[in-house]
Write a protein that binds this ligand. Structure first.
Ligand SMILES: NC(=O)N[C@@H](O)C(=O)O
Ligand code: NI
Length: 168
């Protein structure tokens, strides 16, 4: 059994998986007659030709920890962003796109903890665990892709692969 180390979420550490949506430490320019700071293009909505960008809210229950990571999913046709609406921390478990096949090397799986002032934008095809709220009925603004085709592949690890996330 391998317990995943939960890393702090930073732009640099998360770069192989997508973008961190935050204002802390980021550049901005002034708009609206100097009344507003615009933290511009913190992430990009990635879509295929037939995709439409949509905005949703996910209200998520907490999961039981320690949690065994049995599966990860990916969205081949578009990115997917999660922005916490109540300013609460949440967890992420991810793996890189890899060679595009339906396979994940367990040694590449990483866990991160997002502060309540950070959101994430998973890039197209990045493997990730479904939303991992740490507070019951937490809500997230979600920007992702709607359109034809199956935009959600699920990969289940072999039972012998025991990846676990536990809260400290
Ligand atoms: N299935 C769905 O819309 N949600 C997942 O993609 C997720 O990442 O939570
Ligand atoms: Ni997803």
């Amino acid at each position: 059994m391998k317990t995943l180390k939960i890393e702090p979420l930073t732009k640099e550490a998360f770069a192989p998986f997508g973008d961190v949506i935050e204002s802390e430490g980021r550049d901005y320019f002034m708009i609206n007659n100097g009344s507003t700071q615009r933290y511009h293009k913190l992430g990009e909505v990635q879509l295929d030709e037939q995709g439409q960008g949509i905005i949703s809210i996910f209200r998520a229950e907490t999961l039981e920890y320690p949690l065994q990571i049995k599966m990860l999913e990916r969205h081949p046709f578009g990115s997917q962003s999660f922005i916490p609406l109540f300013g609460r921390e949440f967890l992420l478990v991810v793996a890189p796109v890899g060679d595009g096949s339906m396979n994940i090397d367990p040694s590449t799986v990483r866990a991160f903890r997002a502060t309540g002032r950070q959101g994430v934008n998973y890039h197209r095809g990045v493997w990730h665990h479904p939303i991992m709220a740490l507070h019951n009925n937490d809500e997230f603004l979600v920007v992702d892709r709607s359109g034809p085709g199956n935009n959600c592949d699920e990969f289940f690890f072999d039972e012998s692969v025991q990846l676990t996330v536990e809260l400290d």
